[in-house]
Design a protein around this ligand. Structure first.
Ligand code: NDP
Length: 307
C-alpha cells in the first residue's frame, strides 16, 4: 500500500511554527501585512484570494484586498503596486494571476518591490533561487520541499523528474530539488517518451495541468509521486473513466457537477511508494508558504526577533 502524504497535516505544522514568529514581530513592531490584488471577477481566483485573506486572519496577520475592475489598465495597476511598495505597513504584495488580456502581466510583476515579492515570481527572486541564496521561494514548489522534508523522504542522490517547466512551478521545483542534490530531469510537452523518463524516477513531480495524464505505466513501484495538478472535471464520461469504481468521487460529481483531479491518474497511485492526493496534498501547502514568505519579509524588514 502506498503511503499518503497529507498536505493538511504539513500545512498545520507550518502554520503552527509561524505563530511564535508572528507574536515576536508584533511585540517588536507590528504583525506582518499582506496586500492582495485581485482584478475582475474570476470565481477561481476569488476562492484563492478568500483563502489567503482567511489564513492571514487566523494567524493574526494584517491583510487587505484591492479589487480593480476587469477594465483596469496596466498603468493603473502599476500605480497601485507602486503605492503598495511605498507602504511601511505592507510586507508582501501578491497580484493574483491570471490578469486580463489587456494587462502587461510581466510589467506588473516586475513592478513589485523584490523585498515584498512574497510570491517569489520577480526575476530578483528567481536569481536568488538560482544562486541558492535565502529569499522568497515560489510557494508551491517550496511547499513540496516542506512536504518531502516532513515525511523525511531522501532527496540527495535520488533521480527526480519534474514534468512541467513553468516559471512558477516546474522550473523553481527543479532548482529546489537540485539544491538538495537530486539528479534532476525537467520534462515538457516536447519530451520524447515521457513515460520512460518518469519510470526512471525515484521522485516524480507532475505539474502540467492535464487531468490524470500520468497513468500507471509512468510510475515505478518505488517512486514518490507529487501531484501538483489541479484540474476541475465537468465531463461525466471522463469522470467515469478516471474514477471507475470510486463511489465517493462519483457521488461527489453527482452532487456538485464537477470533481477535482490531479495530473496523475488515480490508478497510478496504487502501485507507488507514496503520493500526494488531490485534493489535500500539495494544494494546502501553497497558502502556508505564502504566509511563511510574508513572515520572512517582515523579519527581513525588522530583523528576526527570534534569532
Ligand atoms: P503551465 O500551463 O504554466 O505549464 C504547464 C507545463 O506542462 C508546461 O511546461 C508544458 O510544457 C507542460 N506540459 C503540458 N502538456 C504536457 C504534456 N502533454 N506532456 C509533457 N508536458 C506537458 O502550468 P502551471 O505550471 O502553472 O501549473 C501546472 C499545474 O499545477 C496546473 O494543473 C495548475 O492548476 C497546478 N497548480 C497547482 C498549484 C497548487 O497550489 N497546488 C499552484 C500552481 C499550479 P511546454 O512548456 O512545453 O508547453
Amino acid at each position: 500500500m502506498a503511503d499518503i502524504l497529507d498536505g493538511k497535516l504539513v500545512r498545520d505544522a507550518i502554520l503552527e511554527s509561524l505563530k511564535p514568529r508572528i507574536a515576536a514581530l508584533e511585540e517588536l513592531q507590528r504583525p506582518p501585512g499582506l496586500a492582495v490584488v485581485l482584478v475582475g471577477n474570476n470565481p477561481a481566483s476569488e476562492i484563492y484570494v478568500r483563502s489567503k485573506v482567511k489564513a492571514c486572519e487566523e494567524l493574526g496577520m494584517f491583510s487587505e484586498k484591492h479589487m480593480p475592475t476587469d477594465d483596469v489598465t496596466t498603468e493603473e495597476l502599476l500605480f497601485l503596486v507602486r503605492s503598495l511598495n511605498a507602504r511601511p505597513d505592507i510586507d508582501g504584495i501578491l497580484v493574483q494571476l491570471p490578469l486580463p488580456a489587456q494587462i502587461d502581466e510581466q510589467q506588473v510583476l516586475m513592478a513589485i518591490d523584490p523585498m515584498k515579492d512574497v510570491d517569489g515570481f520577480h526575476p530578483v527572486s528567481a536569481g536568488h533561487l538560482m544562486a541558492g541564496r535565502p529569499w522568497f521561494r515560489p510557494c508551491t514548489p517550496a511547499g513540496v520541499m516542506k512536504m518531502l522534508a516532513h515525511y523525511q523522504i531522501p532527496i540527495a542522490g535520488k533521480r527526480a523528474v519534474v514534468v512541467g517547466r513553468s516559471d512558477i512551478v516546474g522550473k523553481p521545483m527543479a532548482m529546489l530539488l537540485l539544491h538538495e542534490s537530486a539528479t534532476v530531469t525537467i520534462c515538457h510537452s516536447k519530451t520524447r517518451d515521457l513515460a520512460e523518463e518518469c519510470r526512471r524516477a525515484d521522485i516524480v513531480v507532475a505539474a502540467i495541468g492535464r487531468p490524470a495524464f500520468l497513468t500507471p505505466e509512468f510510475i515505478a513501484p518505488h517512486a514518490v509521486v507529487i501531484d501538483v495538478g489541479i484540474n476541475r472535471l465537468k465531463d461525466r464520461a471522463a469522470v467515469d473513466r478516471i474514477f471507475e469504481g470510486d463511489a465517493a468521487r462519483l457521488a461527489a460529481f453527482d452532487k456538485n457537477g464537477s470533481v477535482v483531479v490531479g495530473d496523475v491518474h488515480p490508478a497510478a497511485f496504487r502501485n507507488c511508494a507514496a503520493y500526494t492526493p488531490v485534493p489535500g496534498g500539495v494544494g494546502p501547502l501553497t497558502i502556508a508558504m505564502l504566509m511563511s514568505n510574508t513572515v520572512l519579509s517582515a523579519e527581513f524588514r525588522f530583523g528576526n526577533p527570534q534569532a
